[in-house]
Ligand binder design. Structure first.
Ligand SMILES: Cc1cc2nc3c(=O)[nH]c(=O)nc-3n(C[C@H](O)[C@H](O)[C@H](O)COP(=O)(O)OP(=O)(O)OC[C@H]3O[C@@H](n4cnc5c(N)ncnc54)[C@H](O)[C@@H]3O)c2cc1C
Length: 399
């Protein structure tokens, strides 16, 4: 394909990875984001073997391993009974290199952003994108909030996340979200530095700790701490006060005491809501939606950033082999669609087991699914599911 003039809207993992890949393939790329200085929001996330495969292609694997925390297992216990209801070990996959990497979003962002800067890819900040408009020759312009028109471009990549203004609204906001905080990993203590650990009371209460390695500005190891909360209970959580909440958390999981001791203000906890949505048509003339702009879900299976990286890679691959933009976009969508549909379905299925008001689902989880999941082949299936490898997403991408 000839050299294209491409606008990438959004500097999250999807946008930054796409910019690197397409710039390296010789296209003229410009990134746009609304932030004055692009910065990520949120706390920790987990890079799975799928996302890792893309970051390796980008030459960022060593830096990721250096800054992140290797996660070998996911472990969950029901209440104070100590009954193990989630026990996923990556080694059940039987392939070398099978592990997760806990990382702060700022660190992942920093790795990708530094590479973009090092390769002198154009980036325009302070650009709130509001829409697009057609131009001559099937090209498109970006329209900003203030009416400014930029372009025209041969291709616009919408990587604006789940609330993108470039796609029709669809899907639904989930009732449950979570409070997140980034805290120092406590020295000593009972928390496992190689595990994502969770404790549950029914499905309505969940507390979790994920090791996330070191922040760009710090040499100290960090933990992402999260507490599941229904959005309409946020005000009552705040008015009940920190002490009542800490007592509740400690009753469920006493080992979190050294983490809770670091929380002295409710402002240290950020409430994140999740939306479950999938666009019916992720590509149209001169534009493709990728990452959360195409599909988003609760982070229960921890796939969003990984899927965003796979979308970026699929687009780059398709542009390499296709004869024109429309067939490249169709090819990129075809390479990702099956995996996306599968994981959107799996996430919708599993989220209520861990975050809902259901009384029956957690009983089935604790008494039936938990014990069964420790038996082969369930051990292997679970590890493949958490790794993002069900449906063979890497095969079509030759990764
Ligand atoms: C609490 C939480 C925990 C998560 N945990 C995990 C996990 O463990 N593993 C995992 O893989 N995923 C996880 N996810 C999901 C993951 O964060 C997302 O799937 C991922 O960030 C999507 O990347 P993206 O680049 O598509 O979009 P985003 O990261 O949302 O980036 C969008 C970018 O677009 C910019 N933008 C938005 N609107 C505009 C506009 N109008 N104009 C200009 N710029 C705009 C934003 O500033 C941002 O830079 C989690 C999500 C949350 C909320």
């Amino acid at each position: 394909m000839q050299r294209l003039d491409i606008a990438i809207a959004g500097c999250g993992p999807a946008g930054l990875a796409t910019a690197l890949l397409l710039h390296r393939d010789g296209h003229q790329v410009t990134l746009f984001d609304r932030f004055d200085a692009p910065r990520p929001v949120g706390s920790g996330l987990m890079i799975q073997p799928t996302g890792f495969a893309v970051l390796k292609q980008l030459g960022l694997a060593d830096a990721l391993l250096d800054r992140g925390a290797r996660v070998d297992r996911l472990h969950g216990e029901a209440g104070i009974s100590g009954r193990v209801v989630l026990d996923v070990r990556y080694r059940a996959l039987g392939r070398s290199g099978g592990f997760g990497i806990g990382i702060h979003r700022a660190t992942l962002f920093g790795l990708l952003h530094d590479a973009v800067i090092a390769e002198t890819i154009s980036m325009e900040t302070g650009c709130p994108v509001a829409g697009i408009e057609p131009s001559a020759g099937g090209r498109r312009r970006l329209v900003l909030d203030n009416g400014r028109r930029i372009g025209p471009f041969d291709l616009i990549v919408d990587a604006l996340g789940t609330r993108t203004p470039l796609a029709p609204r669809c899907g639904r906001e989930l009732a449950y979200g979570a409070l997140w905080s980034t805290l120092d990993w406590p020295a000593g203590g009972e928390l496992d530095q190689t595990a994502l650990e969770q404790r549950y009371r029914r499905a309505s209460v969940m507390v979790g700790v994920l090791p996330i390695g070191r922040l760009p500005s710090s040499a100290h190891k960090q933990a992402a701490f999260f507490w599941s909360l229904r959005a309409d209970r946020f005000d009552s959580w705040r008015s009940a006060g920190l002490d009542a909440w800490k007592a509740d958390v400690m009753e469920l999981w006493p080992a979190t005491r050294p983490l809770l001791a670091q929380i002295v203000s409710p402002d240290q906890l950020t409430f994140a809501r999740y939306a479950h949505r999938t666009l019916r048509s992720p590509a149209e003339a001169g534009m493709i939606h990728i990452g959360d702009a195409w599909h988003s879900a609760s982070p229960q299976l921890g796939q969003g950033a990984n899927m965003a990286l796979l979308d970026a890679y699929a687009l780059a691959l398709a542009l390499r082999v296709a004869r024109d933009v429309p067939s490249a976009l169709a090819h990129a969508v075809a390479m990702r669609q099956r995996h996306i549909r599968l994981y959107q379905m799996l996430t919708a299925l599993f989220t209520p087991v861990y975050q809902s008001d259901s009384r029956l689902l957690p009983i089935a989880r604790d008494r039936l699914v938990g014990p069964l999941s420790k038996l082969w082949p369930a051990t292997k299936i679970q590890a493949a599911m958490v790794s993002g490898l069900v449906g063979d997403p890497l095969g079509p991408l030759n990764l």
